[in-house]
Design a protein around this ligand. Sequence first.
Ligand code: ADP
Length: 642
Amino acid sequence: MSASEQPTTPASPTTHAFKAEVAAVLRLVTNSLYTNRDIFLRELISNASDALDKARFTALVDPTLEGQELPAKITITADAQRRVLVVEDNGIGMTPAEAEQNLGTIAHSGTLQFLKDAPRGADGRPEVDLIGQFGVGFYSAFMVADRIDVTTRSAQAGSAAVLWSSTGDGGFTIAPGSRDVRGTRIELHLREDAKDYLDRSKIEGIVKRYSDHVLHPIEVATIDEAGAAGEAAHQVNSARAFWSRSAKELTDEDYAEFYKHVMGGFVLPSDKPLVRLHATMDAPIQFKSVLFVPSRRPMDLFGEDAKHLRLYARRVLVMESCDKLLPPYLRFFRGVVDSEDLPLNVSREMLQEHSSLAAIRRQLTRKAIGLLVDTAKDDAETYTKIWREFGVFLKEGLHTDNAHREQLTELLRFDCTGKDGALVSLREYVDAMPEGQEAIYYIAGESAEDLARSPHLEACRARGWAVLLMTDAVDEWVVQDLERYAERPLVNVTQGELTLPASEAPADAGELAPLCARARAVLGDRVKDVRPSRRLTDSAACLVDDEAGLSRNMERILRMSGREIAPKARILELNGGHPFVRAALARVAERDEDPNATLWIELLFDQAGIAEGLVPDPSGAVRRIQRVLDEVAGVGGQGATR
Ligand code: ADP
């Protein structure tokens, strides 16, 4: 019988299979023995704490919610007589349907993928001690238990208690449960090798280490082998909000642990926050905040379940993910905000619109950008890492956040010729400009290496001018947004006429006129124009685009995004100083329709295309090259040369 056909409160136990992904996660969890198993307790406590928070804010909009008089509490009981560890809370609880849904599937869509992508040891298993470093939620309890019984009762008025039970191999059963108050009691039947989790000091140590900052009291109680209660239960955690503590008394390890908490457990061992900010603001609005920039893109950044900052009002969690605290382009920041100036007793909808949020957002945005600016200034290496992971978001900000445009412009980084892969800022570029260089030059395309070899860079290279190599799809939009930096225009070296100092203008641009005219006639509408080049020094020819209109790279990107862009004829530029071009010129001057000159013009056009990796007529190009080679080899007139 399938799960969905069951009535919500079955009279006798019913059996259900785990969803495939749960089974896969469970296999990974239980196979990774010898990892840091302690974290299962952190996960269960964190779920219990969330359940208490949920009960609190659900009560704001639902006065019928049961158990509002109960003081929030999490109790851990080590029962040596039954070899059971109990984690119990009086939070929101679950209805039978919720228990079946929540404890039979994986809440985060990316979990399985994340685990699959985790680095492997030689035996193909996830690295020892790895699983233990990030959250697999409730299921991590199967690392220490061979059976888990969950008795839960929802706070919704009139809900029935339910008993969920599983041995972690394939499925679970659901049966009526017995529980008088709202909340959840999780009984872990400890594996033989996990008996030490009954030890009071061990439990207290784990709670202190991982869950000290949980804001609800966590009590530990014991029952000895004869069934007698041990020393009275007492609160173990300090329940002090992490952010309320002074930054001075906190160590890097403290922040790293809090970071894991903030990231919901999705943290690889190597994933330390790149930078952090611990801020206290008093005017015009009071709030405290701890922000982190993760070391890699959180996997939910683009998804619908994207997480934002957690919002607390006077140390009570009021929103797990509040997107009003930072502008969207700074959504890669993770952390918490706690304000004294937020009302506690309003619905989340009303809170979302509260004017204090806008004030917090203004200040926090300033702080967050300030953090990036300071990092860029003081620690270029770390900033480079930030830029490589999150630069694309900052570019989005340049487009959307006019108020911080100047600072965001200073945060831009690009690859650049002559830099061996190091990134440069526009400021660095301009400061290094030699006398005589008026503009900031750039070229855009797919890969920095290919771009660095492009013939379009020759004029700049010959003069010792650096060229920015833009490889991100959005870079050209960034340039269009900017137009100028420090009074200098940004110029695409593949577009328009290159303006060189007057002293360097080609001596006689008109000299090439007959060749250009002939080339126009030969190439017809395959080119928009043919003209002498100011940008070439070594190569004989190149293709460029009009100053107005889309660049090549933009066309490519638009096509990639599914837009139909008709291919547009380009301008062929010829290098008047190149011997081959001069030879062609001489031929044309002698006889306009000289067949060799015609062939050479075609070849110059082929070459310019080949240099950019685009050849409109590859087989024609090969035929023409062969004709010239045949001639050189003295075998002209053979079949291939038509
Ligand atoms: P996560 O906590 O990351 O969402 P878990 O696997 O740990 O994933 O838990 C799955 C879901 O089960 C939770 O999202 C929550 O809805 C529910 N749940 C777990 N523990 C409790 C609890 N103590 N009280 C109420 N609901 C719980």
